[in-house]
Design a protein around this ligand. Structure first.
Ligand code: MG
Length: 277
């Protein structure tokens, strides 16, 4: 159990658009179907961003509700990790976390501001304190997305100040243009900063996804894959589905001696509150 790896699938994100890949799920129904397929392939956590029917990223509670209800109406018992991001700079302040009304078990917590290509992904200290309180009030746990080492330090400070509670669950997001590079050295450095008892996972963009998935498996971390982070299976060959990427992560885990956590085991590893749905 202690060796078990949580495979998380980030099925669509808020950046990719129609045309980037025909396999990127772009409607609420397609996002829910992709989530269920990824769970069937071995993902125990699904990271959800919402989109309008035309594929436009959104933080609309109604769109999140449609996706979450579709998943919950199936036999999928994966942990849902809803995004509290800005839907590509379209949502701000409390509208970013309206989806907490759906009582997810996990919610993303972007632990600092960063350049994101040409725009600034703003996560001020007052916003983060409000978000931490809202996530706790909803009975969810924050997944602390760190785009740089300074975000790890900020999370530790938020815990010291009583805004976040141990165990801290870190997601290193590496390879964003404007933030930390997707290198082993970067991942190792960020890991070196973690308080004892923290969980960590690496999500790396594009061609870095596969090697850093392998690194996390070898180094005792958890894995995030999916089309939010990477559209390709290999150089020049698009991944045909989220499930295809999850299935590869499952095979890698198997080869490297890491049992793949079931959703129940993931809940235990992540120290999540008993499900209330
Ligand atoms: Mg995300």
């Amino acid at each position: 159990m202690s060796d078990a790896v949580i495979i998380q699938c980030a099925v669509t994100g808020s950046i990719g658009a129609a045309g980037a890949s025909p396999h990127l799920p772009l409607t609420p129904a397609a996002i829910a179907d992709a989530a269920i397929e990824a769970w069937r392939a071995g993902a125990s956590v699904i990271h959800v961003h919402a989109r309008e029917e035309d594929g436009t990223p959104t933080q609309s509670l109604d769109r999140y509700r449609e996706i979450v209800e579709r998943i919950r109406a199936s036999d999928c018992d994966a942990v849902l990790n809803l995004s509290t991001g800005s839907a590509g700079n379209r949502a701000h302040g409390a509208e970013r976390y309206a989806c907490l009304a759906l009582r997810p078990e996990l919610a993303s917590f972007d632990c600092g501001s960063t350049n994101f290509g040409d725009w600034v992904f703003e996560n001020s200290a007052p916003f983060l304190r409000d978000l931490a309180a809202a996530i706790a009030a909803a009975g969810a746990a924050p997944e602390i997305e760190c785009f740089d080492a300074s975000h790890v330090v900020a999370a530790i400070q938020l815990e010291r100040d009583g805004h976040l509670a141990a165990p801290l669950r870190f997601q290193f997001v590496l390879g964003v243009r404007g933030a930390a590079p997707a290198t082993l050295e970067q991942a190792l450095y960020m890991r070196s900063l973690l308080p004892p008892g923290s969980l960590w996972s690496v999500c790396a963009l594009g061609r870095h996804q596969l090697p850093l998935n392998a690194f996390a498996l070898i180094a005792g971390g958890h894995v995030r894959t999916g089309l939010e982070d990477n559209l390709y299976y290999s150089r020049g060959r698009l991944a045909t589905s989220n499930a295809e990427l999850v299935a590869r992560a499952v095979r890698l885990a198997d080869e490297l001696g890491r049992p793949v956590a079931s959703p129940a085991q993931a809940r235990e590893l992540l120290a999540l509150a008993p499900a209330t749905r």
